[in-house]
Design a protein around this ligand. Structure first.
Ligand code: SF4
Length: 395
């Protein structure tokens, strides 16, 4: 896998010094690249995008017109698989305590200046209930990685699995995603038995050396293994990458290949936002690749999977460009007035009620999209879960 270097530009597309020496030669190269783009996008719109060269080529596109062609292809693939329907995820970041020290994260253990919170079960249930009533398709229960208290045994109401049961009961059986980080296999089994539909666990990079610098002190292999274990238990998997950290197209292409090998059900990309109180606070590494370009390539690489447009990085103002790039899920909708935080930005647009289904409605309409009905989301989940074991929890 590749080491980080300077951001790639269209010059990566095969222009040699000799070819670049004359206008005629440059035109020939441009025409050749146009033909190549057309060929790759043709394959992609037939759901036959390759790994390696195809991915690197698309991720290297710098010309605006080329990028527009990429986005148009991504929208066409989304239309063919999902029509104009978009799914909405409600986000409940219920505990910001974390035992880890990820170099990029505001909530890392070493950031002692940070005010932290842990919401009570009743506060979590209220927030989830409000989100459910607002029309979301899923409740995303997210926490920093923190060991469960020994007393909180699987099955106990105050365990994580117990919380999943109660949220599902409060929300009429709405699907639930859990993002607890790396937890024991017994906890994963309890979560699956409680009816957790999704396990989200982001590697952020699939370059083990870069992983070691980002997720300091954590095991690359163990984190990957937890996703496979959750899959075997019948849960759907969300995998994700972070960009804007000096990556090259080849690095993102490697990640896409790894996520394909994992057979992830939902794949997300997020742009790094420098965070005060972290070793990367002053980092100005990117973005080398635009998030919209990566979303579009993800759409072509994963035609029938879910791809989020997160409100967490660019807020409401950044939603349209992510949807126009082929995303089909709006994530990180947060209930205002409950003291709940986001991840990349702790407070962006939350208390202004700009991360609600009502606020995003006009943006969806402008993009020619609309909110899917809940049955459609349930059908998608059920179709994607042939490996599912019978789950004991309320569904
Ligand atoms: S990214 Fe997650 S695991 Fe890492 S420090 Fe932040 S909350 Fe903890």
């Amino acid at each position: 896998m590749s080491e980080p270097t300077a951001p790639a530009r269209a010059g990566d597309l095969g222009v040699s010094d000799r070819q670049d020496s004359g206008k005629g030669d440059r035109t020939i190269v441009m025409q050749r690249n146009q033909r190549r783009l057309k060929t790759i996008l043709g394959r992609a719109t037939d759901d036959r995008l390759g790994d390696g060269e195809d991915l690197r080529f698309l991720l290297s596109l710098a010309d605006e017109e080329d990028r527009e062609a990429l986005f148009a292809a991504a929208r066409e693939v989304r239309r063919r698989h999902f029509g104009s329907a978009v799914f909405l995820y409600g986000f409940v970041y219920f505990s910001t305590f974390c035992r880890n020290d990820c170099a990029f994260c505001h909530y890392r253990r070493s950031n002692v200046a940070l005010p932290r919170y842990r919401k009570s079960p009743e506060e979590i249930l209220q927030a989830a209930g409000t989100l459910a009533a607002s029309g979301v398709h899923l409740i995303d229960l997210t926490m920093g990685e923190w060991p469960e208290r020994p007393a909180a045994r699987p099955g106990q109401p105050d365990s994580l699995a117990g919380l999943v049961r109660r949220v599902k009961a409060r929300c009429g059986g709405l699907p639930v995603m859990v993002s607890p980080g790396v937890v024991p296999d017994s906890t994963l089994a309890a979560l699956a038995a409680a009816g957790a539909d999704w396990y989200a666990c982001y590697q952020e990079t699939h370059n083990p050396r870069r992983f070691a610098r980002l997720r300091v002190g954590q095991s690359y292999a163990e984190r990957m293994q937890k996703k496979s274990t959750a899959q075997a238990l019948g849960m759907l998997i969300e995998e994700g990458i972070l960009i804007g950290i000096g990556e090259r197209p080849a690095d993102v292409a490697d990640s896409i290949a790894a996520m394909r090998a994992l057979d992830a059900d939902q794949v997300r990309v997020m742009t790094f936002v420098p965070q005060e109180g972290t070793p990367m606070a002053a980092s100005a590494l990117g973005p080398a690749l635009g998030e919209a370009v990566v979303i579009a390539v993800l759409r072509l690489a994963f035609p029938d999977r879910l791809i989020p447009a997160s409100l967490d990085v660019g807020g409401l103002a950044g939603l349209a460009e992510r949807l126009d790039a082929g995303a089909n899920v709006v994530t990180s909708l947060v209930v205002p007035g409950k003291g709940l935080a986001g991840v990349a930005h702790a407070s962006l647009d939350i208390e202004e009620a700009r991360r609600t289904p009502q606020a995003i409605g006009p943006v969806l309409a402008r993009c020619g999209l609309g909110v899917a009905d809940r049955q459609a989301y349930r059908h998608w989940i059920d179709r994607r879960r042939p490996r599912a074991l019978p789950q004991a929890g309320a569904r």
